[in-house]
Write a protein that binds this ligand. Structure first.
Ligand SMILES: [Cu+2]
Length: 172
């Protein structure tokens, strides 16, 4: 078992090196042979983290209306703003709300919470996770652990955005 874990770690390292280095031929070959030996374990390891990427734009839209993870799974959520507008004009964030939180009520509070980056003070219990606010051309990431199974709302809490920029976070 230890040996298998080592191989998986080595495979992942190889894959990362290949990804970062643009794929030297020799390394690519190595990672390939490892991959065949331990493909099952590798899938297991990979599923330990959900990699979610949401892209926002200057038209007040997210590119997805549904994102997914498994209960208890480590989630890496990346928000990319592919627009050009400044953070003060077209700022975006992602706020995942706890169950039972009223979307409109939360967004109303958030809109006037400019000093705290549109996260209302004292609203911790209403939020599962949230990113910072970014402008055009910027990217930000957060990591958190997926809550219990269920469907959660996510929004951009920048003033006036939630009606257009919202979706479901489905936890299985
Ligand atoms: Cu927004």
């Amino acid at each position: 078992m230890k040996k298998v874990k080592y191989i998986v770690a080595a495979t992942l390292t190889c894959m990362m090196m290949v990804n970062c280095g643009g794929g030297e031929k020799k390394k690519e070959k190595e990672s390939f042979s490892y991959e065949n030996k331990s493909s099952k374990e590798e899938v297991k390891e990979a599923s330990n983290e959900a990699n979610i990427v949401l892209v926002g734009d200057d038209l007040m839209k997210f590119d997805k209306t549904e994102i997914k993870a498994k209960a208890g799974q480590k989630v890496k959520l990346t928000l990319r703003h592919k627009g050009k507008l400044d953070v003060n004009v077209m700022g975006h964030n992602v706020v995942i709300l706890a169950k039972g939180v009223d979307l409109a009520a939360f967004a109303g509070k958030a809109a006037s919470a400019r000093e705290t980056n549109y996260i209302p003070a004292g609203s911790e219990s209403e939020i599962i996770a949230h990113t910072g606010v970014i402008g055009g051309g910027q990217t930000t990431s957060i990591e958190f652990v997926a809550p219990e199974a269920g469907t959660y709302d996510f929004i951009c809490s920048f003033p006036g955005h939630y009606a257009m920029m919202k979706g479901k976070f489905v936890v299985e």
